[in-house]
Write a protein that binds this ligand. Structure first.
Ligand code: FBP
Length: 259
């Protein structure tokens, strides 16, 4: 491993509870379970043994993480963007340095969204380079939210982001650029995830949760990722939009960390 701080792993796998939706999508994501608008509620959920870390933006970490520091590991999401502006193409500006994340906020890992195929991809590579090199200095793993998204990958299937070949290409960029883990959308089948594994070498891979589904449908996809050699899950809505996420987390714990 290129880092010693392996707090966000358990038996080599991870369950990242993502809670940056207030920036990425807005409060509409909290409507199915209004309690989830309160970061304290989600930090409480993150104390479940299945959760290896919570992924939040700087402001939420600064205000709420100190209370949970002993019970929850922190993955600080360094960049992010809202759904409000009209942009020429996808771009996710950086809001926090690795130094601030680790020294001031107590982060165990950092995360960065990369939009492969956006006209701003070159700029994001440059920002990612700084993040990756700083992360090595601070000895924390770097997770890349690896999305094929933007004008370069547009097709009829929602900007190309569900195309298995493009998902595998975006994941491979994570390996090439020095990420320790990539988070990818589920490409549709176990076979497609196996393709991701074939092109990402020793780098860790986790599935992106997506919008809320039944326990069964969700667990089946996670199981197929694990069977294909993936390392777990970064999940938000499928957990915090449930009024009682305990039973889903119990099931996920078995699937992801079973020895
Ligand atoms: P979900 O499980 O709710 O999809 O959350 C995972 C995540 O990566 C979040 O970190 C992020 O807010 C969201 O997905 C972004 O989803 P998208 O960019 O596809 O709208």
């Amino acid at each position: 491993m290129k880092f010693d701080n392996d707090a966000i792993f358990r038996n080599g796998n991870s369950l990242i509870l993502a809670y940056d939706h207030g920036t990425e999508h807005g409060p509409v994501d909290f409507e199915p379970n209004p309690e989830s608008a309160d970061p304290r509620h989600v930090f409480e959920v993150a104390t479940h043994d299945a959760v290896t870390c919570v992924a939040v933006q700087k402001g939420v970490a600064e205000t709420y993480y100190p209370e949970y520091r002993d019970e929850v590991n922190l993955l600080l999401k360094l960049n992010g963007n809202s759904a409000l502006p009209k942009r020429e193409d996808y771009y996710s500006p950086k809001q926090c340095s690795v130094q601030y994340a680790v020294e001031e906020l107590g982060a165990d890992a950092v995360g960065y969204t990369m939009y492969a195929g956006s006209i701003h991809e070159d700029r994001m590579w440059q920002e990612f380079r700084e993040v990756q090199e700083e992360a090595r200095k601070y000895d924390v793993p770097v997770v890349m939210w690896a999305y094929p998204r933007g004008k370069g990958v547009q097709n009829s299937d929602y900007s190309g982001q569900k195309d298995p070949d493009l998902i595998a290409y975006a994941a491979r960029l994570g390996l090439e650029l020095g990420a320790d883990m990539v988070k990818c959308k589920y490409p549709g089948s176990q076979e497609d995830w196996e393709e991701i594994e074939r092109v990402t070498g020793d780098m860790k891979t986790v599935m992106s949760g997506g919008s809320k589904r039944s326990d069964e449908a969700f667990i089946n996809d996670v199981q197929s990722v694990i069977d294909a050699g993936g390392n777990g899950l970064a999940v938000g809505r499928n957990v915090f939009q449930r009024e009682d996420p305990e039973s889903l987390l119990d099931q996920l714990e078995e699937v992801i960390f079973e020895e």
